[in-house]
Design a protein around this ligand. Sequence first.
Ligand SMILES: Cc1ncc(C[n+]2csc(CCOP(=O)(O)OP(=O)(O)O)c2C)c(N)n1
Length: 377
Amino acid sequence: MALIHFVNDLLERGGVVVNPETEFPLRRVIDPEGHLTGERSHVSDERLKDFYKWLVTLRTLDQRAWNMQRQGRMGTYAPFSGQEAIQIGAMAALRPDDWICPSYRDWPALIYSGVPMHYIFLNSMGHPQAGHMPENMSVLPVQIVVSGQILHAVGLAWAAKLQGQDRVAVTFFGDGATSQGDFHEALNLASVMKVPAIFIVENNQWAISVPFSRQMNTPTIAQRALAYNMEGIRVDGNDIIAVYQTFHDLQQRVRAGSGPALVEAVTYRLGAHTTADDPTRYRAPEDDARQSSGEPLSRLRKYLQHEHIMDTADFNDIDHEAQSIVEKAVETAESYPPESATTAIFDHVYDKLTPSLHRQKDQFSRNLRAKEGNAHG
Ligand SMILES: Cc1ncc(C[n+]2csc(CCOP(=O)(O)OP(=O)(O)O)c2C)c(N)n1
């Protein structure tokens, strides 16, 4: 009888057992117009000024990187504009020795944590240094294989737990990544082993040209946490205060042993997928304008103005400072001598070359020299 009631109930409710919109409400503190609509806690004015400075610097960096590719000074680049608040808000709440497992769109999280800014340019210049994270940091290189880093985060969190270390592992990935098997395998294992991992989905509404509505038949991503019996949270990823507060509290629970958690941070990819993409082929300009309007930088700026925390003179100073920080990073990146193809392919990949690899390396060098000789001759 009970089963019949359950099935009838399910059919009446259209097959939905939980209402994700009420079960996973969007956490928000400031609305798109920069007005306080929620409770602001743990976030001082000083921290907000610092956040603003970071958001401006990163936006300047992103624009500069795009232009560098267009000028032919570097190769393919994946812009992150619109997603900075998620990454900065989350990282600001974590500790320096927590693990970070990023994707190709997560340079803001790395740079905020201390990875030198010029690495972002080196990465698109194809320089191997960009894949060599500073030794003293708990940071993995950016992952291009969609979803791969989610599994790595579980391994690192599990290792930390086994070794009794007080650290968590966080990983950033996109909405499209949640359709990969790796995502589900990672969340399942994390849940079974109850590891201190935080999975951060940057739901920017697009996986290249595939919209959220074609990616999954659920209104939220956070509700997927239910399947793995872990905490699921949905937060406005354009609201840096809401993101910071969410992570401030969550990392304490995860650190204390509550198990892994899935955070869906809702945002919008303001630009193209990469410099190789043309989003005007699949996004209507009016939709684009509507979705972009609540973006994180202008939202925080409006809030700071309303609350008289910063004024136009402060904003101008920060704009100038950001330009000079980014220019220095460009100069540093362009001062690196180009890496030889032989070194990049052989020496950075293998610790010790086998006799056969030695022969291949010699042959490769000879071919390269012959090719260069032909080009010059
Ligand atoms: C395993 C794998 N399949 C396909 C690709 C090609 N690819 C690169 S990015 C991307 C879309 C990813 O979308 P999403 O996870 O939403 O992240 P976003 O790019 O929006 O940050 C795809 C399919 C890849 N890099 N790796």
